[in-house]
Design a protein around this ligand. Sequence first.
Ligand SMILES: Cc1ncc(C[n+]2csc(CCOP(=O)(O)OP(=O)(O)O)c2C)c(N)n1
Ligand SMILES: [Mg+2]
Length: 418
Amino acid sequence: MANLPDAATCYELLARMALIRRFEEEAGRQYQRARAGGFLHLAIGEEATIVGVTSVMRPDDFLIGTYRTHGHAIARGTEPKRVMAELFGRVDGTSGGRGGSMHIFDAEKRFMGGYGIVGGNLPIAAGISLASQYKGEDAVTVCMFGDGASNTGNFGETMNLAALWKLPVLFMVENNLYGMGTSVERHSAQTDLSKKAEGYGIGGERLDGMDVVAVREGVAEGLRQAREEQRPTLLEAFTYRYKGHSAADPEVYREREEVEEWQEKDPIEQFARRCREADVLGEREVEQARAAAEEAVKAAVEFAEASPEPALDTMYENLYAQTEPGGWYAVDERSPEPHRGEDEEHMPAAARELAEAGAAYAEQSAGERHNPATHGERPNPAAERDVQEGEAEGVQAPDREVGDEGEEVRADRGEGEG
Ligand SMILES: Cc1ncc(C[n+]2csc(CCOP(=O)(O)OP(=O)(O)O)c2C)c(N)n1
Ligand SMILES: [Mg+2]
């Protein structure tokens, strides 16, 4: 077993994991209460993998992830309140409220997203690391993705170029044993995912993704190889998501006992126990880490609630790259004429009316949200839709539960995908 780092580092690792856990629990709760919209994918249980990776990265290294990356951004140093505001669709969110849960992005912290397309972040990681190499910088790009993503065409294409061009990149498979409801054995012929890039000339290693220290050690070496020897690596961290694939998942593909078995190896509990037993941290410090997480998440919710929704007339901002002053142009310039959505000034009346009707609806529902009589009781329309789709496929309807403020909330079961 890898040695524990010094006390200050142990405290930081514990506090970061506790913060992410608490943030994710609260994000789930706010989603049930319809404060956060769209889809929501939680990484509860995967904190040691996330923090193990980021804790050995340099500030100038790049990180790119998937749609399950609230924790990744927080681990890189993005303020939790800005991540929460993004979930709430508010202007102070990391993407001005336009990205939502799946598209957290913070260029300043070199956290490059947040991608909804499975495997779509791999070639982008190759591009980012190619840019570093081209500019003669020694930053490494870390690309994190799921076991399911290792089956995409993007995986093979990216591994080939990364090896061929000796890119300063580190690939990390967060193997949580499932791609949605499909287990690794059912979706990948090669189940040792660390070997999956060998044919392209990229070696790998398997790590215990529930042990933050083991992840740190493996990643530190992978970063060194990428930085000093221009040698990409493929690491596989075994981890587990305690919650469903997204906030609406009936979890018919796994047994409750399996979840409980993994919960016994909880990365935060396990690490706190180890630090206490080794006398590196005391009970007081462990408690302090938990209290600090609680405080930060409470402040994040307050901040997100107070942040305004984006104004209607900013709807088309930040959608296209502005290549010349005075006009908007798509990045795809197939012809000099503006493409759909680019000339919003001259948008047909019908589209404008539609947008205004949408805004009126949003205002009305915001009014309902702020009405104490209905406060907290409105089900999340996205979750509602998922459940209906699930029911249509013969999936069991979600349970109802009573929230801690007495309101009826949606239980974390249903069907749907983001
Ligand atoms: C190209 C593509 N195909 C399918 C989907 C639908 N989809 C979303 S998440 C997911 C499962 C991916 O599993 P994995 O890569 O293991 O990541 P995890 O969700 O376990 O973190 C699928 C199939 C998608 N978003 N993109
Ligand atoms: Mg997976």
